[in-house]
Design a binder for this molecule. Structure first.
Ligand code: TMP
Length: 212
């Protein structure tokens, strides 16, 4: 049996990840491709507990940036072993709401962990595993944050200062420019246009698999 494919949607708060995921789900369903969804941090019972720890604003003590980094990768390790790899081995596709690129952007860019540290912890956790396709929804952080604020309660990370999100955004762009498996989509367009771009990218990806 052929193995499935791992498609990841990335982007900052307010970039429109959720509706982009729905557009991909609809396309895969039309094509008769079975899939599962994941989100990070989270996606397994234990990883969801780690997600709550990372997002909560109710801690009695400050969560250190080192703890935040390690919780992101602890969650990713649980998700990879218990959900992503078993699904791919069964031939299912996996649609991921965030993955390693988020850590590179938020902890690497936003918190300032250097590339060597990020590579080491990523290698320990993922052992070279990589998504087949990453769609990065690029949005100006001012626009994204104002959309996220309009949605309601902000989590611990969303309460960071704008300088933090500007660094995250810069790192996302820098990494997307370096890696051909990451496709940038202009998320400031109308939702219909963003969805059309996403569908075209996924169709293009599917045609490369068929030719392989
Ligand atoms: P969201 O999935 O609802 O957007 O929330 C996840 C939050 O966690 C978001 O602010 C981005 C942040 N995050 C990181 O800082 N590093 C990571 O590795 C991941 C997966 C998410």
């Amino acid at each position: 049996m052929s193995t499935g494919k791992f498609i990841v949607i990335e982007g900052m708060e307010g970039a429109g990840k959720s509706s982009a995921i729905t557009a991909i789900e609809n396309l895969l369903t039309q094509q008769g491709i079975e899939f599962v969804n994941t989100r990070e941090p989270g996606g397994t019972p234990l990883a969801e507990s780690l997600r709550d720890m990372v997002k909560s604003v109710d801690h009695q003590e400050k969560l250190t940036v080192e703890t935040e980094l390690l919780l992101m990768y602890a969650s990713r390790s649980q998700l990879l072993a218990n959900k992503i790899l078993p699904a791919l081995a069964k031939g299912l596709w996996v649609i991921g709401d965030r993955h390693d690129l988020s850590s590179r952007a938020y902890q690497g860019g936003g918190r300032g962990f250097d590339e060597k540290i990020m590579n080491t912890i990523s290698d320990i956790t993922l052992k070279g595993f990589k998504p087949d396709l990453t769609l990065y929804l690029d949005i100006d952080p001012h626009i994204g944050l104002s959309r996220a604020k309009a949605r309601g309660d902000l989590d611990r990370i969303e309460l960071e200062q704008m300088e933090f999100f500007i660094r995250v955004h810069q790192k996302y762009r820098e990494l997307a420019a370096q890696d051909p498996s990451i496709v940038s989509v202009d998320a400031s367009q109308t939702m219909a246009q963003v969805h059309q771009d996403i569908i075209e990218e996924v169709q293009q990806f599917m045609s490369t698999i068929e030719q392989a």
